[in-house]
Design a protein around this ligand. Sequence first.
Ligand SMILES: [Zn+2]
Length: 137
Amino acid sequence: MPKQSPVANELDKSFWGACNHDRLVLQHCSHCDRFQHPPEPVCAACNTADQLTWREVSGRGTIYSYGVVYDTPISSLQEDQPYNVAVIDLEDAPGINMMSHLPGTPVDDVPIGASVRMIFETTPGNGQKVPEWQVVA
Ligand SMILES: [Zn+2]
């Protein structure tokens, strides 16, 4: 499924840079011991910046919920519609959700609660890799 290519900015360049090395890193506040995503200049809970670090997570998770997109305004995705958009709960980053098209899973046949594993797909526009998830057989 063709994807849009994200363009990293100052705030999220660590996230996208790690993706290009098949690693998932998330912003973590040491003071609050909590993750936040997408990245912010300060911790949303304690409002400080100096405790924010990047912490690698496994990418393992489960499917929390999903929807099916039948009419996207994104032209590069229209040829693939309808398609799944699943919400992934990350196993080792409580409270953080990621979105996935669930490559390999039939449209509207998504097993809620199933275990998923992370993969990375290279986007055609600029070669940026993006995380995706697949149901573990
Ligand atoms: Zn904090």
